[in-house]
Design a protein around this ligand. Structure first.
Ligand SMILES: C[S@@+](CC[C@H](N)C(=O)[O-])C[C@H]1O[C@@H](n2cnc3c(N)ncnc32)[C@H](O)[C@@H]1O
Length: 291
C-alpha cells in the first residue's frame, strides 16, 4: 500500500467522525511517528510504499480513531509547553488552557523577582496539586531550574506516569501520593501553589465530546453538581496557611464558575484576586494572594 492509498482509506474511514483539518493532523502525527515524515513528505512521498508491518500499525491506529480514542492515547505521548510527555489512560491529556496557566505562573514569578518581592537568593518553593501527567511542575522546573518543586496526586497510576515524565525531561520533582481532600496540613510553606483540579460538573457532561467522555479518567475531570468547588475550597484553605509572605495561589477554573470561585477565594481571606480569560475568551485562570 502506498501513502496515497492509505490516505484515501484513512480519510474515507474517519470523515464521518472528524473535520478534515483534524483528520489531516492525525494522519501527519501517525506518519511522523511511524515513518519519520515531515509535513512536506505528505506531498513529496505520496507514492512511497509502506511496509506491511507499518501498515498494520496504521490500520489498527485508524480503527482506534474510529472508536474515538484520542490520538494522544494512541501514540501514548503529547507535547506540552514545548516538552515531550508520555501519556496513558490514567492521566488527563494536558490542555492548551493549562499551558496558559504555566505561562501566567512564569510571568508573575519574573515580575515578582524584578520587584524583589520574592528574594532572589532564596530557592522558590512550588507545589502543584492534582499533577496527573506532571505537565505543570515539569514545565515550571524546566524554566525555573533552581526552584524546589513538589507535586501531589491521589492516583498511584498517574504518579507513575508523572515519574516517567520527570525522567524523560530530566528534572527532579518531589512526587507525593496524597488525597488533598483528606489533607489537614501541607508538609511545607510554599511561594507558589498551583492547581488544575477536577472542575467539570456532572451536568456539563452533555457538552463534553465523546472522545473525552469515553476515554479520559473521570476522577480527573468531574465533580458533583452540588459541590463543584470542593477542590478550590480545600486548596484555598490550605494555601491560606501554607503560602509564604507575598506567595501566590494559581488556579485553572471552570469557565462557568468564575465569579463563584473568586467569591469563595475572597471569603477564604485572599484580598488580591485576578480572574483571567483563556485564549478562547473564557474565564479560566485565577491568581490570588494576601497583600
Ligand atoms: C484536571 S486533572 C489535572 C491534571 C494535570 N495537572 C493537568 O493539568 O493536565 C486533576 C488531577 O487531580 C487528581 N485528583 C483528583 N482528586 C484528587 C485528590 N482528592 N487529591 C489529589 N489529587 C486528586 C486527578 O487524579 C487528576 O490527575
Amino acid at each position: 500500500m502506498t501513502v496515497k492509498t492509505f490516505r484515501d482509506y484513512f480519510n474515507k474511514t474517519l470523515i464521518k467522525l472528524y473535520p478534515v483539518s483534524e483528520i489531516d493532523t492525525f494522519l501527519f502525527l501517525l506518519l511522523e511517528e511511524y515513518l519519520n515524515f515531515k509535513r512536506i513528505d505528505l506531498v513529496l512521498k505520496s507514492n512511497l510504499k509502506i511496509s506491511a508491518e507499518v501498515i498494520s500499525i496504521l490500520i489498527s491506529s485508524t480503527k482506534l480513531l474510529e472508536k474515538e480514542i484520542p490520538i494522544q492515547y494512541i501514540l501514548r505521548k503529547t507535547e506540552f509547553f514545548g516538552l515531550p510527555f508520555i501519556l496513558n489512560e490514567h492521566v488527563l491529556i494536558p490542555r492548551p488552557e493549562t499551558e496558559e496557566l504555566v505561562a501566567f505562573v512564569l510571568d508573575k514569578v519574573s515580575k515578582l523577582e524584578n520587584l524583589c518581592q520574592i528574594e532572589k537568593k532564596k530557592k522558590l518553593k512550588i507545589l502543584d496539586i492534582g499533577t496527573g501527567s506532571g505537565c505543570i511542575p515539569i514545565s515550571l522546573k524546566k524554566s525555573l531550574p533552581l526552584a524546589e518543586i513538589s507535586a501531589i496526586e491521589i492516583s498511584n497510576k498517574a504518579l507513575s506516569v508523572a515519574k516517567k515524565n520527570t525522567l524523560l525531561n530530566q528534572v527532579d520533582i518531589n512526587l507525593i501520593q496524597q488525597d488533598i481532600l483528606k489533607t489537614s496540613e501541607l508538609d511545607d510553606m510554599y511561594d507558589i501553589i498551583v492547581s488544575n483540579p477536577p472542575y467539570v460538573r456532572e451536568l456539563e457532561k452533555k457538552e463534553i465530546k465523546n472522545n473525552v467522555l469515553k476515554n479520559e479518567p473521570h476522577k480527573a475531570l468531574f465533580v458533583k453538581d452540588n459541590n463543584p468547588l470542593i477542590f478550590y475550597d480545600k486548596i484555598a484553605e490550605l494555601a491560606k496557611n501554607h503560602l509564604t509572605k507575598n506567595g501566590l495561589l494559581f488556579f485553572e477554573i471552570n469557565q462557568y464558575l468564575g465569579k463563584e470561585t473568586v467569591e469563595l477565594i475572597r471569603i477564604k481571606g485572599f484580598n488580591t484576586i485576578e480572574l483571567k480569560k483563556d485564549i478562547f475568551g473564557n474565564d479560566r485562570i485565577i491568581i490570588a494572594s494576601v497583600l
